[in-house]
Design a protein around this ligand. Sequence first.
Ligand code: PLP
Length: 399
Amino acid sequence: MTTPDIAAIRANFPSLTQDQVYFDSAGGSQILGSVVSSLVTHYTVTNVQLGPTYTAAQAALRNYKAGWAAAADYLNCKPEQIVFGASTTQLLRNLVNALQFDKDDEIVVSIIDHESNIAPWLDLAERQGLVVKWWKPETLTGDVSGLLPLITEKTKLVAVTHASNVLGNVNPIKEIAKVAHEKGALLSVDGVAYAPYRPIDVADLDVDFYVFSWYKVFGPHISTLYASPRAFPRIRSLGHFFHDTNTLEGKLGLAGAAYEFVQAIPVVTAYLAPEETRRAIDANHTAILRPLLEYLASDPDKFSVYGGTELHAGRLPVVSFSVKGWSSRKVCEGVEEVSNFGIRWGHFYAPRLVGEVLGRLEDGLDGVIRVSFAHYNSVDEVERFIKVLDSVLSKSPEA
Ligand SMILES: Cc1ncc(COP(=O)(O)O)c(C=O)c1O
């Protein structure tokens, strides 16, 4: 694998000239300079309502439609199969309000997920009298052997994440989809933590719902939901009575999405499209992940690493750990006091995982420390971070 030209990659991101190292990409990525330019162009040239026939409005509509086409193309589906919304949280809330199941139908939800892919399904279950089955994995490295037997002929929907925003491991979605469909269930996948790192092909994955947020993929703060032809007839329209119900936008769009953000999507997908960009992204992720995993694995008495320290194909550059005797907050504050590394601690909106599974929210514990990279981070940054962390931890936790 060729070594990525990290300086060339970084030149695409204007914020990276600041004296701040961004190790919080699972929270949100930095934005492409080309996206910023596209937003400025929109605001200064085509900032009008869609629909009228005058020149600027026609251009705005063309750009908006190009945004839908680019997002659909990126996911390998049709524009009428997607809808944009303010956030993944919002889109999933809209979705569950548009689904109807029968009393006593079963749904399977996953305890390792971000709450935005749990709470809406629990709400749906409560309102419609559904039975909730929880998947609590035995291991935290993408092994779904405990999930598959939960899916039976009674199951109508399975909601699971593509990758954990805490553990950094990828779930085998195709395998889950196969079992779900054999049993007649729909599969809803939260792709937010996966999307910054790998391409997405909803047709190949054979999922029924897939949702992710562009602000973690170097773009603007907007999200996209896909629905399969299998799932589409199950969605009732939340739109006005005169809206088209042949498209997901017509059913769930609710007055359209932020024009400026939608029209910028082709800029994001153009950046990600070239094979060589993808190769560089993959190569750099492995290169930056390795030193941190090796460092944390070198002292198992001191560090607990959630999601494992093995650098396997399904390992994304999101690393959560805790340090024996240290509060996670104190570690982060110690790092911030002496350096410009931006990391964070807590439950990351996955309190069921961090609390019930990892046991890191009980007895005054304050969650885990999460270090998450993007492809614009460098090995040099990671090596400097390890030195800083090591020196912070060489002091007493009470200091
Ligand atoms: C795995 C995962 N799912 C869902 C979300 C929620 O996304 P949004 O902020 O777009 O609602 C996040 C946000 O961090 C996430 O990491």
